[in-house]
Design a protein around this ligand. Structure first.
Ligand code: NAD
Length: 305
């Protein structure tokens, strides 16, 4: 037993020294295994060098956080599409900070309503034409809608949520995928779902929101199956409760939700927007090249019970 442990660890040491000598001599480790070279500089496969991205709902919250992540990982430019005519303070601060960061890309803002399919298709086509490519789409525009018992929801309330969270997400993914196809660029599309798409939320009755997010998770699967032949990957990202203007507004009106939402998570807290940066970068980059049609849950263990 001792012998086998010793021989195992000497093998490990031998492997380590062999590998480092390979790096020193400039030979690519990959040649030993017939896999692409492991890039040790910078972000390696996570790098988004020269990529062009759009992020809907990019004026604030998780959309803006996604834009920051994509930009920091080296995207040439990230276009943030959102409703206000001018971007807000958070966006302006993010842009200023990125401008100081070596290797980070440009942040641009375009006023756009994801419910308007025709305008969205045109805007994204114009962006792709200007930049000569389209690589990444994060569909983060979304609304919570009213919270009330399911027996009381009106048609208008359902329509309001579905227009943004369901149709708007589809129009965004469709607009980006058309340009990825036009420019023959491999693409990654990330649809913001939610744990609310897979489970009911304890003490939070939001049927339209729940059902819209379930549709988003299914949308990612269906689009992934159709678009794989075009080298376009589509995944949904399902966060748990994260501190953003959306959730902060609800907690301000109903402070008891801070405890209700925290207690259900095994980490006993809400997440911070920056805790999604890693997963966004991974999904957008070549590091996730075999991942499509998946729903990635990042929820502090909320659904682990
Ligand atoms: N915050 C959370 O806890 C949480 C958890 C799971 C999923 N999500 C999802 O993440 C996404 C972002 O949420 P957030 O918390 O950052 O919300 P947020 O309200 O802070 O930001 C949403 C952004 O979407 C924009 N938007 C709304 N309707 C739009 C439209 N018609 N066209 C274009 N932009 C529009 C808003 O103006 C806003 O800037 C949403 O899809 C949300 O459902 C959030």
């Amino acid at each position: 037993m001792l012998k086998s442990i010793t021989s195992c660890s000497s093998l490990a040491i031998l492997r380590r020294s062999h590998v480092s000598s390979i790096y020193r001599s400039g030979v690519r480790l990959a040649s030993l295994h017939s896999t692409p070279a492991i890039k040790r500089e910078g972000l390696g496969d996570f790098a988004l060098t020269d990529r062009v991205a759009i992020v809907t709902g990019g004026n604030r919250g998780l959309g803006l956080e996604a834009a920051l992540a994509l930009s920091t990982a080296g995207s040439r430019v990230v276009y943030c599409l959102d409703l206000p005519e001018k971007p807000g303070e958070d966006w302006n601060v993010a842009r200023q900070n990125l401008a100081k960061l070596e290797g980070a890309g440009r942040l641009e803002y375009v006023t756009n309503d994801v419910r308007d399919q025709k305008k969205l298709l045109q805007t994204v086509e114009e962006i792709a034409t200007k930049e000569g490519r389209m690589d990444i789409c994060v569909a983060a525009a979304g609304i919570a809608g009213a919270a009330r018992p399911c027996l009381e929801y009106t048609e208008e309330e359902l329509e309001e949520v579905y227009a943004v969270n369901l149709k708007g997400v589809f129009f965004s993914a469709q607009a980006a995928a058309r340009q990825m196809h036009r420019f023959q660029t491999p693409g990654s599309i990330i649809l913001l779902g939610s744990i609310a798409g897979s489970i009911a939320l304890k003490h939070t009755p939001v049927l339209p929101y729940n059902t819209s997010k379930a549709a988003v998770i299914q949308m990612a699967r269906v689009m992934a199956c159709e678009l794989a032949q075009n080298n376009i990957r589509v995944n949904s990202l399902s966060p748990g409760y994260i501190e953003t203007p959306m959730t902060t507004a609800i907690i301000s009106a109903r402070p008891e939700y801070q405890a209700i939402w925290s207690e259900q998570s095994v980490m006993n807290r809400l997440g911070k927007p920056h805790e999604l940066r890693g997963i966004i970068t991974w999904l957008a980059s070549d590091a996730s090249s075999f991942c499509t049609g998946s729903n990635i849950v990042v929820d502090g263990g909320y659904t682990a019970w």
